[in-house]
Design a protein around this ligand. Structure first.
Ligand SMILES: Cc1cc2nc3c(=O)[nH]c(=O)nc-3n(C[C@H](O)[C@H](O)[C@H](O)COP(=O)(O)OP(=O)(O)OC[C@H]3O[C@@H](n4cnc5c(N)ncnc54)[C@H](O)[C@@H]3O)c2cc1C
Length: 456
């Protein structure tokens, strides 16, 4: 049994108690960077050989280029994400679609439309048929206002008319992609938490942001550089195997390979691992146990595809697809990527069959040759997010635990948001804020930066 070598605290050995953040997904990275920004000594542990968790990029040998594990969309109304990006310097890694525009193509009849919300919350833009869903009057677009009245048990399908043209062309695609759960089972309240902050707030709040080069380049690598510059320690790969507990607190962290960290009284731990890992490490913890898959297909276009799509329709980097299997299409250079949410029905199918099916949707939408899909990679994330059903949502724990020096973070904790980047980052910020408010660390560091909420 060996101990990790330990660095002295940055402001003098022993002066400030160390915070151990376990899990270098976005929740852990947000927590660690927020704490490191205030001068707290931080150690971040990650089980995998790379940080980023469910939001990362990597080199794909078959495609000969870097891809993301899955297409990720960040919206203008994601304040914690932008605070995190401003702290780490990653904001330029995102490309905004401004003014906000969400284009769609109906594979059933070939019709297209682009939703273009107007500035401010007054939905006068709905009066312009060119800015709303094709073939639908303005008034039905206000249906999500009903979600404000949704009870805790209400599902999206019980509150929104899904069997109407607008339901098929807008509410269902939005609900499935926001909640990663079929609307018949998904929580209406959770959908309201997003729609009330986006579609009902206007253009800036709805602006889609897409990683310019890759998810890691925007959301992960700048955070790691920031942590390194702030003197934080990164241990990777380091899988937490067990927590030893005594007197109502964690006393020791035990890692794979027999390494251990014995905690001093002032030290704190933030567990920012996925729900199922947290449940293994903390028997008795109630966590969401039902999940939904997300499927992504990346197609690398051969150099002279004729006609080469210089860009998706309208020059926009994304396209919503209705009436097929593919749901969202993204373009980055010569890679076209498709996302299918709540995709559990597809995860059993072999990758080549899926590629043919998804490429056929793309080819129809973009008028490309349908014959044979180009080089492709299918990525099946089987536990992409928790199932956003009312029952599962009720099982999300808050950040505090029964152990005095242990907090939880992660998109599955009770943030009031679906399992998203914003939810993950918010949970990490919230854990950091609690630690700072609890006045851990020495008072010198605290007086240098008196307000936790100001620094986060
Ligand atoms: C395909 C896909 C598409 C998505 N699309 C979007 C989108 O468009 N917009 C959006 O906002 N969100 C999207 N999401 C959701 C978003 O990616 C997640 O909500 C977010 O990344 C979760 O971050 P996290 O830190 O909570 O968890 P994770 O990313 O799971 O991070 C947990 C980390 O803990 C590590 N770990 C696990 N066990 C241990 C252990 N024992 N010891 C040490 N480390 C451990 C893991 O390796 C991991 O790095 C998508 C997710 C997927 C999978």
């Amino acid at each position: 049994m060996s101990a990790f070598p330990r660095s002295p605290a940055r402001h003098g050995a022993g002066a400030v108690s160390r915070i151990h953040v376990v899990g270098a997904g976005l929740a852990g990275l947000a927590c660690a960077t927020a704490l490191a920004a205030t001068g707290r000594p931080v150690t971040l542990y990650e089980a995998a050989t790379q940080a980023g968790g469910r939001c990362r990029s990597y080199g794909d040998a078959r495609l000969g280029c870097r891809i993301d594990n899955g297409n990720h969309l960040i919206l203008g109304a994601n304040p914690d994400t932008f605070r995190y990006l401003d702290r780490t310097g990653g904001r330029d890694g995102l490309c905004p679609v401004a003014p906000a525009a969400i284009p769609f193509h109906d594979l059933a009849d070939g019709s297209t439309w682009t939703v273009r919300p107007g500035a401010g919350p007054l939905p006068l833009w709905l009066l312009d048929p060119a800015r709303r869903v094709a073939g639908v009057a303005a008034l039905p677009h206000l249906a999500p206002l009903r979600l404000a009245l949704a009870g805790a048990d209400a599902t999206v399908a019980s509150m929104l008319p899904l069997d109407t043209p607008l339901g098929r062309r807008l509410w269902r695609p939005l609900a499935v992609s926001i909640l990663n759960t079929e609307p018949e089972a998904a929580s209406a309240r959770l959908l309201w938490s997003v729609l009330s902050q986006t579609l009902l707030k206007g253009e800036a709040a709805c602006r889609p942001h897409i990683a310019r080069e890759g998810l890691s380049e925007a959301l992960v690598d700048p955070a790691l550089a920031f942590l390194s510059g702030a003197g934080a320690e990164l241990r990777l790969p380091a899988r937490l195997r067990a927590l030893e507990v005594g007197n109502g607190a964690v006393t020791t962290l035990r890692f794979d390979g027999g390494q251990r960290v014995d905690l001093s009284p002032g030290e704190r731990v933030v567990l920012a691992v996925p729900a199922w890992q947290a449940a293994d490490l903390l028997p008795g913890l109630r966590v969401p146990t039902e999940h939904r898959a997300i499927l992504n297909a990346h197609f690398r276009l051969p150099a002279p595809v004729a006609p080469a799509p210089a860009a998706l329709p309208g020059g926009l980097p994304l396209l919503g697809l209705v009436g097929g299997t593919a749901e969202w299409l993204f373009q980055r250079g010569d890679v076209l990527s498709v996302t299918v949410s709540a995709a559990d029905r597809l995860t059993g199918e072999d990758s080549d069959t899926l590629a043919v099916r998804l490429w056929s949707d793309i080819a129809r939408a973009l008028c490309l040759p349908d014959a044979c899909p180009p080089a492709h990679r299918i990525v099946k994330e089987k536990r992409a997010t928790f199932a956003a059903t009312p029952d599962v949502v009720a099982d999300r724990p808050g950040p505090r635990t029964d152990l005095g020096n242990l907090l939880l973070a992660g998109d599955w904790t009770d943030t009031g948001l679906p399992a998203t980047i914003e939810g993950a980052v918010l949970s990490g910020h919230r854990a950091a804020e609690i630690l700072l408010r609890d006045q851990i660390g020495n008072s010198a560091a605290a007086t240098r930066r008196p307000s936790a909420s100001r620094t986060l």
